[in-house]
Design a protein around this ligand. Structure first.
Ligand code: ATP
Ligand code: MG
Length: 244
């Protein structure tokens, strides 16, 4: 039976797809490969714009994990949990707007096909990763995502600061950490740093585990190895809590 992790933040462009693809690749390189008999990692996209799909097509046969586009097969997401050949599924979701979410009685997920896709992903989720960039613009959608969408469902989650450029200094990073802690949200110790390598990766048909060896690529890989370790340890804790 697979465990299912959803990468979610309704704010767009904050690193969901980058994290989904590279976390899948990192876990897959450690626990097994798609061309092994057992394909333990599935990266799943429910993004109609399909940036992760596009990425997967470009990576082609060399992908270290199984890839599926589930936007047109939402029932397939629930079946993921029963698939014995997959041990870990990571679902990439799109950013989306909820203009009337604050109206009394409104569903905070909103309406429409993207809301339906996100709902299906959350129905199957054991765990949620919430990426957040170290800049105040992302705070409100993140609050809506966690307080009104994740918490009421009781799904364990972890906030991960992503795309932090060390050259920008630590002020925004520390402000963001303080904001997350003030909310009482669990914050990953791992920060995914900004590297040009990541934004070039799709065009270069690469995932983080396959970047050409260099000091920079090793740093970039370290972020994802640390995140994979934190994620798996928290997931194990969450499963223990469920079975206790
Ligand atoms: N750690 C990083 N280093 C460098 N570039 C990054 C990093 N994380 C994200 N980016 C870049 O920022 C842009 C947005 O990232 P990404 O597509 O992962 O966000 P997203 O949350 O999936 O967006 P959407 O909500 O539109 O699906 C992309 O161009 C990506 O390459
Ligand atoms: Mg995306």
């Amino acid at each position: 039976m697979a465990d299912v992790t959803v990468v979610l933040n309704q704010k767009g462009g904050i690193g969901k797809s980058t994290i989904s693809v590279n976390l899948s690749a990192t876990i897959a390189e450690v626990v097994g490969r798609a061309d092994d008999e057992l394909a333990p990692v599935a990266a799943v996209s429910v993004d109609p714009q399909g940036s992760a799909v596009w990425w997967a097509e470009r990576v082609g046969d060399d992908l270290p994990f199984v890839f599926t586009d589930a936007y047109d097969d939402l029932a397939g997401i629930q079946r993921l949990r029963e698939v014995t050949s997959v041990r870990h599924a990571i679902i990439d979701t799109p950013g989306w707007m909820t203009p009337d979410a604050r109206r009394p009685g409104a569903d905070p997920l909103g309406k429409g096909p993207i809301a339906d896709a996100v709902r299906a992903a959350l129905d199957a989720a054991d765990f949620v990763i919430v990426p957040l960039e170290p800049e105040p613009m992302g705070f409100e959608p993140t609050q809506n995502t966690i307080e009104r969408i994740i918490k009421p469902r009781g799904i364990p989650y972890l906030v991960v600061i992503s795309n932090w450029d060390p050259r920008d200094g630590t002020v925004d990073l520390e402000d963001t950490k303080a904001f997350v802690r003030a909310q009482g949200w669990p914050l990953a110790r791992t920060v995914i740093r900004h590297y040009k390598l990541h934004s070039r990766a799709a065009a270069d048909r690469q995932v983080v585990t396959r970047y050409p060896k260099s000091r920079v690529s090793q740093e970039a890989q370290k972020d994802f190895l640390n995140l994979a370790l934190e994620h798996q340890l928290m997931l194990a804790d969450a499963r223990k809590a469920v079975s206790a």
